[in-house]
Every structure is written in C-alpha cells, then in structure tokens.
Design a protein around this ligand. Structure first.
Ligand code: P71
Length: 469
C-alpha cells in the first residue's frame, strides 16, 4: 500500500476492532458560534454545570445517566409494572444484582447518593471515622452529614498524576492499620472502598488489594462496603493487568471482587447503562431490615426506592449488558484512544488512563495560576469557548471546604475531566475533542484565571459562579 493513512488498528500494530453494536436512532447535535458561546459561558458564571445543554456541542460533563440504552432496554421499559408495591421489575432487578454482584438483599434508590445517604445514616455513629480510597464528593458529604469523619487511606501514588502504577486506586494498608491502631477498631464505622476511583482519574483497585483489605478488616471486625458505581470497569483492568485474570470473564471477576465485601452501593447511571437509578445491597439481614425501613422515609417503598417500575427493568437489563466483555473493552478502549492521542501530543493527562474519562492536568496547563485562581475550572471554561465541548472541574472547587476549619480543601490533583458517556459518541467525536484540547494547550500561556463570586453551602461546584480575572 502506498497510502500514508492508517486505520486505528494499524496505528497500534494490530487488527482493528469496532463497537459491538450498530446505531438505530440518532440525536442531532448543534454547535453555536463563538460569540454565542462567550455569552452562554458568562451567563453560566463560567461554570459548566450552569450551561444549558442546548448550548453544548459534545457533552463530556459526565458519564452519569448519559449513556445510550439498547433496544432491549427500551423494550424492557414497556414492560414496566407500575404497582406501588411488589412490582415485578423490582424482582428482576433483585435477581440481576444477586446474579452479577452476588449480594443477597437489595434496596433500590433513585440514584447513587440516595444509597449513600441510607448507608451513612445506618452504619455511621457520630464521631466515627470512615477511611476510604480517596473521597468522592457526594459520598463524603453523606458520611459527614451522618457525623462521620472521612480519612483518606489511598496509596500515595494516587495523588501523583504522573505516577504510572497500574492500580492507583489501592488502599494503603499501612495507613489503614495506623488509623486502627491510633483510634481503635470500634471508632471505625466501616471502610469505604470504591472501584475505579473517580477523583484519582478512574484508577482501579487490584484483586490482591481487596483480598488483603478483607483480611485486615475481618481481623478487626470492621465492615467493608464497596462503591460499585464503576466496578465493572475496574474488573476490566484486573482482567487486563493482574496476573491470573486474563482468562476470566468480567462477570466472574466482578463477582469475585464483590465477594470480598459486606455490601455495596451503586449509582447505576454509570456502569449499568441507565439514565436514572441506584441501589444498595448487603448480605446482613439485620442491616437490610434497617435500610429498607429507612428507604421508605427518603426514597419510596422498598420495592421501588424512588424509581418507576420501567426504570428498574431497564436497570436489570442494563446490568446484564454491562458485564459483557466486548462491551467493556470497547468502552474503556475508546477512553484510551482519546488519552493516547493527547499523550502523543505531549498534553499532560493523568496516567495511567482510567476507565471512564481523561483527566487533564490543569496545574501543568497553567503553572502561572495559583490554585485559588481555579486552574481546572479555567480549563473547563476555555475548552467550552474553543469548541462547545463541556467538561467538568475536579480540583479545588470540587474539593470544597473543611467542616472544621472552613478553609478550602486543597487537593494535590487539579484536574479537568473529559468524561465519555457509554455507547454515545464515535471515534470521530474523540478526534474533534482532542483537537480542541490541543487548541487550549497551545493557548495556555495567554490564559488567565478566575475568581469565585458566589459560593453555595453544599457541593459548591454545582452552582458556584466565577468571573474571569
Ligand atoms: C460523576 C458523578 C455524578 C456527579 C456527582 C457529584 C458531582 C458531579 C457529578 C457520581 C458518583 C460517583 C461515585 C464514584 C457515587 C456517585 C453518586 N458521579 N459514587 O462522576 O462517581 O451517584 O450521581 O447517582 O447520585 O459525574 P449519583
């Protein structure tokens, strides 16, 4: 062949692979011009959460609730049993969770934070510690609202965007042991473990780590609960990277991993390919009784938890689809494709490339900006101005303030997240995104920061407003 053009596979010296689906329905995209984007961004207080989605071209704000459902899921929606109590779809959901995650008792919730609320209220006593592998915004807030004190026990590598350790989501067992020795096992509510740690860049936890963690917590009689939101993607990394797992299916790895924990909460809006939904599942009957009593106060009866029957059906089907090996590979490899392009162009991103998103290292885009000038928020604004692409700040704004000192938490990681919805965008979209990031990178030295002009009390990143300096 004389052509210089190479397929994706040829570029990496292998046969190409493609999405394990074809497209049956499309949703037109709209791109407004630069002047309109300037105006939209100003009206949004330079906060991408406050943009109207009609003003967004490629929406990489989040992979939460933004995935495309399959024809089977849509067909399932038509079989919704909208009974107030005992809906058939609840039992289908329960069966899917038992089959694929392995927990016995299931409480549906409207989404992940509904489940976080319940487990935090039931399992935390005021003043107890909740060690976890890096905070997540809503998770930590519910733990704190229940009177818990979050303690970060993730390995140090997780806080270093340039460390290429393969399992940067791992708990540092020494940190946890020191906490137990200092405070006593009785002062620890439970260990809060997340699969593919979101705020660290979608970094996985190894099977070896969860096994060791299980041993340690069991020795001290401490419960271990899992944030299973992106656990399927975590299972893929175990399959690809951990010795002994190459020949196991994602489904088998998922179940083995969950088997080392006492229960899990889930935002099904991610892995499970639905637009809304979540759950909480445990093995302990007494705990379950408390949870399903509390769910009726905040979410709805324990057989719908704030969801319509049709939503539970879509979730049950989505769970089964989500653990298919070809689906997960395609999903994670698409993220990797975007990341490798950016890396090739020497644009600083968190390495290794995580499961659900590319995290741009805003500190290295804008070394001239202080953290109080919100580098990651600035980069999100710049990307939107360049091309209408929407990303999300994951730095000092997301970290919020310490409830005890009132000062900003100052995370080491100052990141802008390009989050890829599942089964929604194509490789061509990824190319357009990469070129927009390149434009922001080339303009980095001329870029000025932001000041915060409005700060809400809870989860400030959602509604805070900024002005350009
Ligand atoms: C994400 C989200 C959605 C979100 C939440 C807060 C701020 C910005 C965006 C939600 C998660 C998550 C993990 C690991 C629990 C939740 C809450 N992530 N655990 O990444 O990633 O679930 O949104 O269904 O309530 O954009 P919920």
């Amino acid at each position: 062949m004389t052509s210089h053009l190479q397929t994706m596979g040829q570029q990496s010296g292998r046969r190409s692979w493609a999405e394990p689906w074809k497209i049956k329905m499309v949703e037109p995209l709209r791109m407004i011009d630069r002047a309109a984007r300037e105006q939209a961004l100003a009206e949004a207080g330079c906060n991408t959460f406050l943009l109207r989605s009609d003003d967004v071209y490629i929406d990489l704000l989040t992979d939460s609730g933004t995935s495309a459902m399959s024809d089977r899921q849509w067909a399932g929606m038509m079989t919704g049993d909208e009974a107030y109590a005992g809906s058939r779809n609840y039992y289908n959901l329960e069966a899917a969770i038992r089959q694929y995650y392995g927990y016995r008792y299931v409480v549906p919730t409207h989404q992940g934070r509904g489940a976080e609320h319940l487990i935090s209220q039931v399992a935390i006593k005021r003043g107890q510690y909740v060690p976890g592998n890096m905070y997540f915004t809503t998770t930590r807030l519910h733990q704190e609202l229940a009177g818990g004190i979050f303690v970060d026990v993730i390995c140090d590598e997780a806080h270093d965007p340039q460390s290429t350790a393969p399992f940067k989501g791992n708990v540092d067992l020494d940190k946890l042991e020191r906490l137990i020795a200092r405070e006593g096992a009785a002062s620890i509510a439970y260990v809060s473990l997340a699969g593919t740690v979101n705020m660290a860049g979608g970094q996985p936890v190894s099977m070896e780590n969860v096994r060791a963690l299980r041993q340690l917590t069991a020795k001290h009689g401490i419960r271990l609960y899992l944030d299973a939101t992106r656990m399927v993607e975590n299972a893929f990394f175990i399959q690809q990277q951990e010795p002994g797992y190459r020949d196991k299916t994602i489904a088998a790895i998922l179940k083995e991993f969950c088997g080392h924990t006492d229960g899990a909460w889930m935002s099904a809006k991610k892995d499970s390919l639905v637009n809304i939904g979540g759950w909480l599942a445990v093995d302990d009957w007494n705990l379950f009784e408390e949870l399903r009593n509390l769910v009726v106060v905040y979410e709805g009866l324990h057989t719908y938890g704030g969801l319509a029957g049709r939503d539970m059906e879509a979730m049950a089907i989505g769970i089964a689809e989500s653990v298919q090996d070809d689906h997960v590979r395609c999903r994670v490899e698409q993220v990797r494709y975007l990341g490798e392009l950016l890396s090739e162009w020497e644009i600083p991103i968190v390495r290794p490339i995580g499961g659900h998103a590319i995290f741009l290292d805003a500190r290295r885009f804008y070394p001239h900006l202080a953290q109080d000038e919100f580098p990651a928020q600035t980069l999100a604004a710049e990307l939107y101005l360049d091309s209408g692409i929407r990303s999300m700040e994951r730095g000092i704004v997301s970290a919020g303030r310490s409830p005890s000192t009132g000062d900003h938490y100052r995370p080491k990681l100052e990141l802008t997240r390009l989050t890829i919805p599942r089964r929604v965008y194509t490789q061509a979209h990824m190319d357009v995104v990469a070129e927009s990031v390149l434009a922001a990178w080339q303009n980095r030295e001329r870029t000025r920061g932001l000041k915060m002009v409005y700060e809400p009390k809870y989860l400030r990143f959602f509604q805070a407003r900024f002005e350009r300096l």
